[in-house]
Ligand binder design. Sequence first.
Ligand code: LLP
Length: 420
Amino acid sequence: MTLEYINNELHMNGHALNQLAEQYGTPLFVYDEDGIRSQCRKYHSVFEQESLDYSISYASKAFTSVQMVKLLQEEDMKLDVVSRGELYTAIQAGFPASHIHFHGNNKTAEEISYALDVGIGLFVVDAMDEVALLDQLADQPVDVLLRINPGIDVNTHSYIQTGQEDSKFGLSIHNGTALEAITAIKNSRNLNFKGVHYHLGSQIDEEGPFLKALDVVFEWLSKSGIDIEILNMGGGYGVRYTEVDTRYPIEKGFANIISRLKALSAEYDIPLPHIMIEPGRSIVAEAGITLYEVGVVKDIPGVSRYVSVDGGMSDHIRTPLYGAEYEVVTVKENKNQSMNANVVGKLCESGDIVRKNAALPEDIRRGDLVAVKTTGAYHYSMASNYNQMMKPAVIFTSRDNVREIIRRQSLEQLIQNDIK
Ligand code: LLP
């Protein structure tokens, strides 16, 4: 991402952030559109180099909007959705339904019917009960994957681990339920069994679990005599929030994953399936920042200092929820960052923390702007109207363009569904 100080003012892609704040207001999400595109291309290039039959699906939950979906289509990406709302957003953006697949541990009948109506490409069946429900609702053949649980622990926050045996997602390959579901799919009226999917968890920075999952799954496929046309390995590739994080090494990591795939395919004599992955965070996280304006600065002598900004847990929930850490910088360059302060939001909870112990200038004060880095994933998409806060606007910047892609919510919109 091109975030740099030019004449003491922070710029993204050559655009001064103080001017964007002035024009669009704060809090404001600002994305590097070129950065999002280059992440998409990076994923394509690792698979293209290996001349594999593959597709890259973007996990909408990380951040979606009509313009985001249009960008994804331009970048030849496919799409993973988990709700009627995510699917609706994609369809409204003109995204081909045949390039979308539907995830979720509890798809409702209404969601399934909507997805069938729009002609979705693939369902990822997550439970035994869903086999019967989907079969009953479909009146023509529909392609499905089964979400399997490979029973693999990963080193990430427990709320975002999904591949361990004790999980609400998928069916275990170890206790026989995955196999039972495949048999049921094969015996169904309308479901075409295409293959399997697993997702181990999110914000994983090492290759080990991904390689182990392949070993476990290929052994199981071979032992159970299951033929698959598609193998979906999920997402979860970690990003760098602060200097202590290790970014998942996409090029090297996938070169190793692909070579393990080829080795296992030869070892078990299983033809290489179509490979799908579904990264979300690693496409958008590092391309986005949040701009806030500083309000109250409170000094509690001998105890601590609080720098309050004009947003908070309504647009920055990952710190209260997962204890996630972020880098906060001032938009006006100030090398004297000797003050240690807690950057907090304006919502009525003590847990409304943006960053504990941030290094900030001594003279930071009302009206100054700060930027929180790496907020492109799971920020806007997890934003809420708590305290009747209005969701911020979202801007895409590129070298030669700035465009607003989501307008700031208005007061009227906050009560538009209220019965008056
Ligand atoms: N595929 C499936 C089936 C998933 O459940 C997820 C994320 C992904 C793909 C994309 O994973 P990614 O590449 O973005 O790590 N709100 C949490 C993250 C929840 C992730 C849920 N599933 C956070 O802010 O960390």
